[in-house]
Design a protein around this ligand. Sequence first.
Ligand SMILES: [Zn+2]
Length: 74
Amino acid sequence: MRMRSGASSAAGERFCMSRWTEIGQEKRCITCGEYWPADAEFFEAAKKTRDRLSPRCIACIVEKTWSSVLVAAR
Ligand SMILES: [Zn+2]
């Protein structure tokens, strides 16, 4: 019988949420959870994602908030 070690609830990459507002499309940062305009000014360009924007806002990338989150999640 196998046992799972640790909490392996593979944090899905399905957080890429976006919505349309009066000013246009907004995208939710997976790190801070805030909505920002889906725009290169707020999200880094990324080729791997469908909308070609990084799932994290530039502010989080600059502050590397996500790396500390990952460490804390261990
Ligand atoms: Zn953010």
